[in-house]
Design a protein around this ligand. Structure first.
Ligand SMILES: C[S@@+](CC[C@H](N)C(=O)[O-])C[C@H]1O[C@@H](n2cnc3c(N)ncnc32)[C@H](O)[C@@H]1O
Length: 315
């Protein structure tokens, strides 16, 4: 008899989004660690993905084991993450939620370590005030977020912030590792020679210092090989900038809200260690699948030849 159920959606051949099959899930589930029941040494945590609630797991984490922390918690919006719904709340209540876990994150960061904290326009002020209580704020990065529909009643929302803070005034920052290869508009010459630009098959480019306004970020979408079904996945290129600027090879990066695993994946691609914590099993499995793929192919879209390329300018 013909199958009367709803026809399955056929995936377009252009759609490269990653998902975890039942078979892969059964294998990867064995690598996904549960929250530890007792304090854990830093060496045990290294390069592991935990399926746990960070608030419950935090007391088991040692002091100062992380060189760098990336924080991308749910923003103050109503959003479904796997089986959990995060509810929008008052700014006061969102600040109280952050205050429950931020001191533990700061305890895990070593003196001189850096922390990056993502926010949208609504939560950015709350994040700034929370960070001011614990760390030295160094900057606020704003990145252009091209994805999303326009609105008839308001300005289209196409930016997000990333607050950069450090534990103390002395910290690591590799400005030369995060230069941007930018198209030259005015190709000035000196004695007939290019001033500070060079010609390649794609045109004329110059290497410029990375600013706190990032216009070269592409939010993952279905035809990008890094894309997954996670609703708020950060691009690998964004994490690459942060890891290259604020860590050394061999350093350890902590991400307490790992999602689909972008921080861990980029850490692996760039020779850093990681600890990832994510409360939804399905996202933890995605992270583990991406980590296996990263071991086979360490390319990062938008980063090549030791620099970052303007959006859509890479060969
Ligand atoms: C904004 S997403 C992070 C996305 C991630 N940066 C990526 O690139 O995929 C926030 C994540 O935090 C997870 N989460 C929320 N509360 C958590 C908690 N208490 N402990 C651990 N993970 C949590 C959510 O399930 C969600 O996947």
């Amino acid at each position: 008899m013909a199958d009367q159920s709803t026809p399955q959606k056929v995936k377009s051949p252009m759609n490269r989004s990653l998902s975890v099959s039942e078979e892969e899930g059964a294998r990867l589930r064995q690598l996904l660690l549960p929250a530890p029941a007792a304090p854990v040494a830093a060496a045990t945590l290294q390069d592991q993905v935990y399926c746990a609630d960070f608030l419950q797991m935090a007391p088991c984490l040692p002091d100062g084991f992380a060189d760098l922390v990336f924080l991308d918690p749910p923003y103050n919006l109503t959003k479904q993450f796997g089986e959990a719904l995060f509810n929008q709340r008052s700014q006061h209540a969102y600040a109280a939620w952050i205050a429950r876990w931020l001191p533990e994150v700061v305890r895990c960061l070593r003196p001189g370590g850096s922390l990056y904290f993502c926010a949208d326009w609504r939560s950015s002020a709350v994040v700034q005030m929370a960070l001011e209580q614990h760390l030295t704020i160094q900057n606020r990065i704003t990145f252009e977020r091209e994805k999303g529909r326009g609105s008839h009643k308001n300005w289209k929302n196409c930016q997000e912030d990333i607050w950069f803070a450090t534990k103390g005034p002395r910290y690591t920052f590799h400005a030369d590792a995060v230069k941007l290869r930018r198209r030259v508009i005015a190709p000035y010459t000196h004695n007939g020679k290019p001033r500070d630009w060079e010609t390649s098959v794609e045109g004329r480019f110059r290497l410029t210092a990375a600013s706190n306004l990032w216009t070269d970020i592409t939010i993952p979408f279905w035809s990008m090989p890094e894309n997954t079904e996670h609703p708020t996945q950060k691009p690998e290129k964004l994490l690459a900038k942060i890891l290259l600027a604020s860590s050394h090879e061999g350093d350890l990066v902590l991400d307490p809200f790992l999602g689909s695993g972008t921080t861990a994946v980029v850490a692996r691609k760039l020779g850093r260690h990681f600890v990832g914590i994510e409360q939804q099993e399905s996202y933890g499995l995605l992270a583990l699948k991406r980590l296996e793929l990263a071991a086979l192919d360490n390319r990062i879209q938008g980063y090549a030849d030791g620099c970052f390329w303007e959006r859509n300018s890479q060969r």
